[in-house]
Write a protein that binds this ligand. Structure first.
Ligand SMILES: NC(=O)c1ccc[n+]([C@@H]2O[C@H](COP(=O)([O-])OP(=O)(O)OC[C@H]3O[C@@H](n4cnc5c(N)ncnc54)[C@H](OP(=O)(O)O)[C@@H]3O)[C@@H](O)[C@H]2O)c1
Length: 273
């Protein structure tokens, strides 16, 4: 597994997402077990949000990390409508209770909303002073948003990125790389849709004795400062995602992916899901 420097810690380049977890009580035990399996296999960064299952995903994470908190780098996100001075303090308290911890390693603004950025930053800083979060960052910010934020304490930007959705490569990714701002890539498997059926990914996977999903993860994390956060509940998926940490694509593989999924040649509006 390759490691990336994020918010002063060394984290694995592949972590675990949790969107759609905590929505169905019948699936909770499997979700907890999947996260625990991932932690054991080195996928020790867990990404969640107050939005996922309206707190349900944070509860799943809380259960999964109980007794293992020290092994995990925990990322959660605040709703934009809660990103005010008062709102964030209350939202963070609720997240901490659901997560069963007294500190979140990295707390992100989920996307830009109506509260002024200065107020949101002030709220983040207050939580940091109180020891309730270690660092803060943003999500779904484009270059203009990051310029406006203009704050060296921002620890990451979490955005959509996979071989079929490469818009950030035109300007956002180089902008972040130049400033050593790590990027967290969400939907690195394009939500297991058509991308994983693409014959080229299957062909490359076969050459490496891997799977198309593993090729996608190796491709997303080929940049030094990029962390992929695939979500997996199926135990075999968790195993494969951890194993993808040792897969390195050849320059021939990368050129073939460039032909099938061309890099952007002009500015594209930041894609979000
Ligand atoms: N900041 C934001 O606005 C934002 C937006 C979207 C997502 N996110 C974060 O990013 C995470 C990842 O995105 P996502 O969950 O939307 O999509 P994703 O990780 O691209 O795809 C998840 C899907 O892939 C399947 N899968 C996982 N590993 C696999 C493997 N090795 N082979 C085949 N299929 C595999 C999963 O199935 P099983 O569950 O059955 O294993 C699930 O159906 C989220 O969970 C969330 O934490 C953030």
């Amino acid at each position: 597994m390759r490691y990336v420097k994020l918010a002063g810690s060394s984290v694995p380049a592949i972590g675990q997402g949790t969107w759609y977890m905590g929505e169905d009580p019948a699936r909770k035990a499997a979700e907890v077990a999947a996260l625990q399996q991932g932690i054991e296999l080195g996928l020790s960064l867990i990404d969640t949000a107050e939005m996922y299952g309206e707190g349900g995903a944070e509860q799943v994470v809380g259960q999964a990390i109980a007794g293992r908190r020290d092994k995990v780098f925990l990322v959660s996100k605040v709703y934009p409508h809660n990103a005010s001075r008062r709102g964030m303090a209350v939202a963070c308290e609720r997240s901490l209770a659901r997560l069963g911890t007294d500190c979140i390693d990295l707390y992100l603004l989920h996307w830009r909303g109506q509260h002024p950025l200065e107020e949101t930053v002030e709220a983040f800083e207050r939580l940091r002073e109180q020891g309730k979060i270690k660092r803060w960052g943003v999500s779904n910010f484009d270059v203009d948003d990051l310029r406006e934020l203009h704050n060296p304490d921002c620890a990451t930007n979490q955005v959509l990125y996979n071989p079929a959705q490469r818009g950030i490569e035109f300007d956002l990714l180089p902008w972040c790389e130049k400033r050593a701002l790590p990027t967290m890539a969400y939907c690195p498997l394009a939500q297991a849709g058509r991308l994983l059926q693409h014959p080229l990914l299957a062909e490359i996977a076969e050459r490496h004795g891997a799977t198309p999903a593993q090729v996608s993860l190796a491709w997303v994390t080929r940049h030094d400062g990029v962390i992929a956060i695939p979500k997996a509940v199926t135990p075999e998926h968790v195993r494969l995602n951890a194993a993808a940490g040792t897969l390195t694509l050849t320059s021939e593989d990368l050129r073939a992916i460039d032909r099938a999924f061309p890099a952007p040649t002009r500015k594209q509006r930041l894609a979000m899901v």
